[in-house]
Design a protein around this ligand. Sequence first.
Ligand SMILES: Cc1cc2nc3c(=O)[nH]c(=O)nc-3n(C[C@H](O)[C@H](O)[C@H](O)COP(=O)(O)OP(=O)(O)OC[C@H]3O[C@@H](n4cnc5c(N)ncnc54)[C@H](O)[C@@H]3O)c2cc1C
Length: 413
Amino acid sequence: MSRVIVVGGGAAGMFAACTAALYGHEVTVIEKNEKTGKKLFITGKGRCNMTNAAPVGELMDHVITNPRFLHSAFAGFNNRDFLLFCEEHHLPYKIERGERVFPESDHSSDVLKMFSNAMEELGVTVLLHTKVTKLLVRDGMVAGVEAEQNGRKDKMKADAVILATGGLSYPVTGSDGDGFKFAKELGHHVEKLRPALVPLTCKEADLCRELMGLSLKNVTLKIFDSDSLITQGFGEMLFTHFGISGPIVLTASSVITGKAFPMRAEIDLKPALSEEQLHTRFLREFSSSPNKAIHNVIGALYPSKLVPVILRISGVSPEKKVNEVTQEERKSLVHVTKHFPLTVTGTRGFEEAIITHGGIDTREVNPKTMESRLVTGLFFAGEILDVDAETGGFNLQIAWSTAFAAASHIEYC
Ligand SMILES: Cc1cc2nc3c(=O)[nH]c(=O)nc-3n(C[C@H](O)[C@H](O)[C@H](O)COP(=O)(O)OP(=O)(O)OC[C@H]3O[C@@H](n4cnc5c(N)ncnc54)[C@H](O)[C@@H]3O)c2cc1C
C-alpha cells in the first residue's frame, strides 16, 4: 500500500481516487473548493455528457490534440469500462444522438453522488477548503504536498501524487492554473494555454448582433487560413452579440485556436443543394409569384431574420419585384447562400471555454502510466495534460482514462 495524494477533486481527481483506493492504496483527495466536482456539475448543461458510446477504436478520431498519446490510456480504460463502472455503482444511463451518454435522470448531480458514494465506500479521505500550495520533491522523487487550510500551511507526506487540477477554462469552478505552476517549478514544460471549444468573435459585429439568437441547423461552416481550408464542420451553429457559437463553431475553435487571426469563414446555408440546384429553386419560387417583392418570396428558403441580411449582402433591393431580378442578382443570391461570408477575429476567453488547449507537455509524461518523466511518483490526469477533444463526452472520457492509467500504475511501497 502507498500513501497517495490526489490534488484536485474534479472529474479526473475523483475517478483517480476511486481507482487508487480499489488498487489498495491509502488515498487523500485535496480540493480547494467547498465541494468536489464543481465543473462536473455544470457539464452537458447540467446533464453531464459523461462519455461517448462510439466504437472503442474510434475514440481517438475525436481527439484534437495529441491523440496518439492517449492510445494506451484508452486501451487500458475505455468508454465501455466507464459504463461498466456506472453499472457497478448503480448509475443508470442513456445514449442519445451522436452516441452521447448521459445519466438516465438527466442530472449531473447523480454522477457526483456516484463518485462521493464510491469514495466513501472505498475509504478515500476528502479534504475540502484545502488548497495545495506546493509539491514536495526529494532526490527526484515526490515526497508530498504543502497545503493550506484556514490560513494554516501544513506539509503532508505521500509516496505518490496525482496532479488533477484541470486547465484554465471556467476558472470559477476552481481550475485556475495552480497545477501548471507546480509542474513548471519541477521543470515541466507547459504547452501554451489557449481557450478551446469556445465561441468565436467576428469582425461583422453589427451583422452578428442583428442575427443574435438565430440558430442555423444543417449548415456547413468552413474556415480558411489565406486560401487554404483549415477546418469544416456540418451541423448546428448560432449567432451571438459578438460573433458565432454552437456545436460546429466550438469544434472549429479547437482547430484554429492559436492561429493568426483574422481568418476568412464561410457558411454554406444550403449544403444539400448544388449552386445549379439552388438556381433552379430560385427560378421556381420566382415564377410562382412574379409580381411579389423578393423579400416575401425568398422567405420560403431562409429563416426570416436572415432574409434582409442575405439581400443586403447580395446587393438586391428587398422591395424589388422578382420578375425584375436580374440574372446577375440571382447569381449573387446563390453565391451568398453557398458562401455566406464572415471574418473570424479570434476566440472568446477562458471564462467561456469548455476546454483548455495546451498543458503539460506530453513528451515529458509516460503515456502508459501518466507518470512524469522528470519526477518519480508524480502523475498527471485530466485536462492539465496537453490533450483535448471534440464535444460529445470525449473530454470526460479523457479524464476517466488518464485517471485510471495514473492510479492503476502507482507502485506499492
Ligand atoms: C461548461 C462546461 C461544460 C462541459 N461539458 C462537458 C460534457 O458534457 N462532456 C465532456 O466530456 N466534457 C465537458 N466539459 C469538459 C470537462 O468538464 C472537463 O474536461 C473535465 O472537467 C476535466 O476534468 P479535470 O478533473 O481534469 O478538471 P476539473 O474538473 O476542472 O477539476 C480540477 C479540480 O482541481 C481543483 N484544484 C485546482 N487547483 C487546486 C489546488 N491548488 N488545490 C486543491 N484543489 C485544486 C479545482 O478546484 C477543481 O475542482 C465541459 C466543460 C465546461 C466548462
